[in-house]
Design a protein around this ligand. Sequence first.
Ligand SMILES: [Zn+2]
Length: 154
Amino acid sequence: MVNIIKEQKGNSITVRMVGSVEESVEFEQLIGPVTGELVVNCKEIPRINSVGVKGWIKYFQVLQQKGVKLKFVECSTAIVEQINLISNFVCGGTVESIYVPFSCMGCKGEFIGLFKTDDLRKLKFQVPELKCSKCGGKAVFDDIPEEYFGFLER
Ligand SMILES: [Zn+2]
């Protein structure tokens, strides 16, 4: 089940999607009419499967054709994976910020950090180390840069 939390500001609608996208979700019905701009917060989408992806692309393609400006923010690692796998996953939209996986060198704990895609480009994908929230140790990026940030070079 996906819950949509919607906020409208003038010509811009921001939706927060909460839950796994694992069935055909009635995005159109849940989100309602969109003109202008749609900002999609993907922070709370832990999973998306092939059925979910199909419906996702179908929905956003229609908006793209209508000239709606699409922005994807706070993309979860599951969403970043799809953006990398499927070239038209964001249907012409922009990816503004993504979560990046980290693992701690000390306690082996895993966590995620939020980065703006513009900043990642400036850093040339050299993700800075973070301080582990559990033990205060050094935490480093825990994926393959060429794969995880591949979509940013398209
Ligand atoms: Zn730690």
